[in-house]
Design a protein around this ligand. Sequence first.
Ligand code: SF4
Length: 230
Amino acid sequence: MITHADFSKFMTDKLELPNGHSNLLLHSCCAPCSGDIMLRLIESDIKYTIFFYNPNIHPKEEYILRKKENQEFAKKHNIPFIDSDYDVRNWFQGVKGLEYEPERGKRCTNCFDMRFIKTAKYAFHNNFSLISSTLGISRWKDMNQINQSGVQAASQFPGIDYWTFNWRKNKGSENMIKISKKENFYMQEYCGCVYSLRDTNAWRKKNNRSEITIGLKYYSESNKDSSYSE
Ligand code: SF4
């Protein structure tokens, strides 16, 4: 397990919450994306809670894997973890008609909107004033798209702000991989929904690669493959 002493060796900057906020509700998608962010917040003495709401993840086996790992990492570091709904029906309803949109398209906007509105709503009812998400650390995601969804979701609840911090900055992306290897986190091979699984498998088939096996790959010091979440 990575310790505070390990992490402080490659910690490059101390974070500060914007505009006088003092308590952050951090939407998290998985342990690999949140690892560096969580440790940076801890090293910066920032009070925060993880909010896990990701009904997009399919199948349930993959959802459980991603959630449990994130939950265990939070527990190791004494960070409160809110396990929200797996309301898949609601998710499918929200992306109806967008099944063949490419990644980073309209389906993803709706997917971010749904997750951030739920996060903002929880924040509003539970005395948080600031929310953010770990989703933006992945180089596969469009940070502007994520930030726009986050800001819009927060604006629906009085007194709630969305923190548009660029988590990739100051070696964030690099450290995310180092931490994932140290912790031997589960290596995701697709974004999460059934449509991203379908499209990734189609691409793999075209490139003579085998289909994704859920629960197969883990990061390790020796694993040189690049994961989806990098
Ligand atoms: S590709 Fe990812 S962000 Fe887009 S809809 Fe699917 S799970 Fe959501």
